[in-house]
Write a protein that binds this ligand. Structure first.
Ligand SMILES: CC(C)(COP(=O)(O)OP(=O)(O)OC[C@H]1O[C@@H](n2cnc3c(N)ncnc32)[C@H](O)[C@@H]1OP(=O)(O)O)[C@@H](O)C(=O)NCCC(=O)NCCS
Ligand SMILES: CC(=O)OP(=O)(O)O
Length: 331
């Protein structure tokens, strides 16, 4: 069984409730039909019921079985508004502003459903930039206890099975932190190792990527990655990691052996931690498009409850797959 089939089987056992706050997007309605057919989750769509049903009929999507919640007719709206005012009191958010957000910003409303236990997780981003999804999640759901950094990972699935574990390899962070410092790079490595183990079932081998391997180049950007490795050493983490490594040294056995002899990770990494968001986001999109890799994600890490983002270029299948992944992240 492939990765997604395995994840879908796990999701079926739990049958969690996932919010899809962007039903104005045809792909979301079609993905709703798919999820309900697969029985991988219950689906909550946010918006006006008449409009959503008319759109679904227009696009030929059967959404019977989905729950539609309209914030403008929602009995508990005052509870949601009060909670947002409380959460944002340090930012002086007024009750009027909170009301406006809860009534008109479905991603915030959906995250509040998850925060208050009316749903288990949320998937959005087909129709909004990543930053909008992340802001709602960070402001409403917040980080998990003891976690400082929200980051993300893509599970990359390559058909030829050459790299990572039989073609499975995680890329991080490709969506959240534009310029991570060394501490945040170490946090990204830890969070991605945990996702690799819990969602994909991999034994993590993390390569901390750079344009230098083991001191072959000297630059403050290289120092940052080396410092992140020092932090991981100090934390005494329970997974294999090595750095700084260039991408070829990380994934090609012969090059790893030449550039980083004796490394437990070089040549066989199944997690690539990119030094910043420019390299991470560009890197995943190039592998996805040039190599025809499936890119599952971005899976958001570090939140108190699961909210996952989509690329606006996602397919119906990508949405349905991410719903199943989200369902399996729920504790
Ligand atoms: C993630 C992102 C939206 C956060 O932006 P922001 O302006 O800091 O967001 P907010 O002001 O809503 O942040 C709310 C709080 O979360 C904190 N926060 C921001 N990013 C955080 C992160 N990655 N982890 C933990 N906390 C974070 C902020 O410091 C802020 O704290 P405060 O309320 O105590 O002041 C921003 O970093 C971003 O746009 N990232 C790039 C997304 C993107 O375009 N990706 C490319 C395409 S996938
Ligand atoms: C993850 C990502 O790059 O999202 P988008 O393509 O929507 O910017």
């Amino acid at each position: 069984m492939g990765l997604i089939e395995t994840i879908k089987e796990k999701a079926k056992l739990k049958l969690r409730t996932i919010v899809l706050p962007e039903p104005e997007d045809e792909r979301v309605l079609k993905a709703t039909e798919q999820v309900l057919k697969d029985k991988t989750a219950n689906v909550v769509l946010i918006g006006n019921a008449d409009t959503i049903k008319a759109d679904a009929a227009k696009h030929g999507a059967n959404i019977d079985g989905a729950t539609i919640v309209d914030p403008k007719k929602f009995d508990n709206i005052n509870k949601y508004i009060d909670e947002l005012v409380e959460l944002r009191k340090n930012k002086n958010l007024s009750r009027d502003e909170a009301t406006e957000i809860m009534l008109n910003e479905p991603r915030f409303f959906g995250c509040m459903m998850v925060r208050l236990g009316d749903a288990d997780g949320l998937v959005a981003g087909s129709n909004s930039p990543t930053a909008d999804v992340l802001k709602a999640a960070i402001q409403v759901i917040k980080t998990a206890p003891g976690i400082n950094t929200v980051s993300s990972t893509f599970i990359m699935e390559t058909a030829d099975g050459k790299f990572g574990d039989n073609g499975l390899i995680l890329f991080a962070d490709c969506a959240v932190i534009p310029e991570p410092n060394a501490e945040q790079l170490a946090d990204i490595a830890c969070a991605t190792a945990a996702t690799a183990a819990s969602v994909v079932g991999l034994d993590p081998r993390v390569a901390m990527l750079s344009f230098s391997t083991k001191g072959s180049a000297a630059h403050p950007l290289v120092d940052k990655v080396q410092f992140a490795c020092d932090i991981l050493n100090e934390r005494n983490v329970n997974f294999s990691f090595d750095g700084e490594l260039q991408a070829d040294a990380a994934i090609v056995e012969s090059i790893g052996a030449k550039k980083a002899p004796g490394s437990k990770v070089a040549g066989k990494a199944n997690i690539l931690v990119f030094p910043d968001l420019q390299s991470g986001n560009i890197g995943y999109k190039l592998v996805q498009r040039f190599a025809g890799a499936e890119a599952h994600g971005p899976i958001v890490q570090g939140l108190n409850k699961p909210v996952n983002d989509l690329s606006r270029g996602c397919s119906v299948e990508d949405i349905a797959n991410l719903v199943a992944i989200t369902a399996t992240q729920i504790k």
